[in-house]
Ligand binder design. Sequence first.
Ligand code: CAA
Ligand code: NAD
Length: 302
Amino acid sequence: IRMFARNMSSTANGIKHVTVIGGGLMGSGIAQVAATSGYNVTLVEVNSGLLENAQKNIKKSLERVAKKQFKDNDAGQKKFVDEVSQRIIGSVDVKSTIKSTDLVIEAIIENIKIKHELFSSIDSLAPAHTIFASNTSSLSIAEIASVTQRKDRFGGLHFFNPVPVMKLLEIIRTADTSEQTYNAMKSFGESIGKACITCKDTPGFVVNRLLVPYMAEAVRLLERGDASARDIDTAMKLGAGYPMGPLELADYVGLDTTHHILKGWNEKFPDEPLFKVNPMLEKLVSEGKYGVKSGEGFYSYK
Ligand code: CAA
Ligand code: NAD
């Protein structure tokens, strides 16, 4: 993990204050890496219980990072965790925090209606220069941006789970994203230590366009009884060098999320065979088996 413990007074392209909306799996990781790099961060959740939960998860993750960075130095570990945590202010009132932010990164539920509600409610309250970005896995950035008056200052910043560990950041520009916005998003990404790639606003961008059909194909192998779950995963780890097998990875990403992505694409692109929905995946999700987060998916985590 590259770490930047800078205490900046000014940062990439004038971005100093970042608001992360949604403190779940992704939002808490995004808030953590931005704060670690010296940005002042506001993390927004829907209620104080969820906010506390997000802050707890950030602290746990920071402690993991600190243990490695400040080996055998308890005071150094504590100082690091405290300093970074202090740069993250929690809020349950997006409308008041948005008035003084340079970059908004949205990481709420993958639902276009709810994302539209959020962006249309903050567009007129945010300063004119503020850049809006979505961390969506599968939705169109242009479609999300369509409810705002700042389509030139709107793009995609797509992070990967676990955010503090995964080095990649996909930067998505729509036909309307301005050069200035693109450059600011890219230098923000670089300033937090991510390797940035650029992709057009296409379904799944680069990684998910390849990864989601791959995971779905692994479920089809299992559905047909061609191989066991363990053997499919072992095959891809030892035969293709992936850190996790496709079914383990689906459990890790969340079976609900994986199914939701496929379902959305299938509705939009019914002729694309790669986007076919899996009956087995659908069944597991209907039984509440979402993978690691619910304690059971293709494997048990209880
Ligand atoms: N916070 C901080 N550090 C963390 C962490 C976290 N949440 N999770 C893991 N780590 C650190 C560990 O401390 C450990 O550090 P060291 O090696 O320096 O000691 C390192 O990461 C590896 O962790 P583990 O030893 O616990 O386990 P591992 O070696 O099996 O690695 C993994 C775990 C990094 C998750 C690895 O299995 C992996 O890379 N898996 C694939 C993940 C992947 O493909 N993610 C992308 C999913 S797709 C997506 O995100 C996009 C989307 O839109 C759906
Ligand atoms: P999650 O369910 O873990 O977290 C979403 C959080 O957003 C929840 O805690 C929820 O309370 C909060 N939220 C919902 N509406 C809100 C609002 N109006 N204001 C403030 N907070 C609100 O989901 P996640 O896995 O973190 O995914 C978030 C986004 O990131 C989605 O668009 C998803 O597609 C994308 N994404 C997910 C992954 C992944 O591997 N899970 C990877 C990359 C991108």
